[in-house]
Write a protein that binds this ligand. Structure first.
Ligand SMILES: [Zn+2]
Ligand SMILES: [Zn+2]
Length: 217
């Protein structure tokens, strides 16, 4: 890459990180992981000519990194192209809706290793025992780690694996019907039937005992 082009890419990536930060509310290592993972995934799609169709993102965490994925890929819950699988992993899949071709980007074991001190401070903060000085020190270490992740070569951070997975198209707009308990309108496909009544899931959760067909243990 020419020097000018390199500088341009750097500035562009700074701007994009700033956007993620505004959306997420703070800078943190998790946001940096999501940011780099989105870049890695988008680069892969470009190299493999798979970027010219509607993207779907599958996030295996609902923590910080998922916010960077939304900003960089444009995939959101509202558009129906952001899916959450609750596996608690720093893993992010990007694929084309139609072809189902894409890539899963997963954090390497140990790539986000925190120092002993960093972990200690984190525990003290979580236990509400940290002094003001300790909080400040933690803040500095947290910023430093976030920056480190942005500067690390991608291959040290992630493993990439080609994925082929065709996703069913979900009906996103459908007529609602009133729940026969709370009277609130509910998407027809989300309605549950209990004792011949059409009931919403939240009523079923709240009044579960009343509606189950079998006595609860
Ligand atoms: Zn965060
Ligand atoms: Zn209801």
């Amino acid at each position: 890459m020419k020097k000018e082009a390199m500088k341009e890419a750097y500035v562009l990536s700074e701007q994009q990180y700033h956007k993620c930060m505004e959306f997420h509310g703070h800078v943190c290592p998790g946001l940096s992981i999501g940011f780099r993972a989105a870049q890695a995934g988008l680069d892969w799609l470009k190299e493999n000519r798979a970027e010219d169709e509607e993207l779907v993102a599958i996030v295996e965490t609902d923590a910080c990194g998922a916010d960077a994925i939304q900003v960089l890929t444009g995939c959101t819950f509202g558009k129906g192209n952001l899916l959450h699988r609750d596996y608690g992993k720093q893993a992010f899949t990007l694929l084309g809706r139609r072809t189902g071709r894409g890539v899963r980007v997963c954090l390497r074991p140990g790539a986000l290793e925190l120092t002993e001190r960093h972990r200690q401070l984190m525990e003290r903060i979580q236990g509400n025992e940290a002094t003001k000085e300790e909080r400040n020190e933690f803040g500095r270490l947290h910023q430093q780690k976030s920056r480190e992740i942005l500067e690390k070569p991608l291959r040290e951070l992630f493993t990439l694996k080609e994925i082929s997975q065709v996703l069913p198209l979900k009906a996103r707009i459908e007529p609602s019907r009133p729940c026969q308990v709370c009277r609130e309108p509910v998407m027809a496909s989300k309605i549950q039937i209990r004792h011949e009544k059409e009931i919403c899931r939240s009523c079923l959760e709240e009044k579960g005992a009343f509606f189950t067909d079998y006595p609860r243990r």
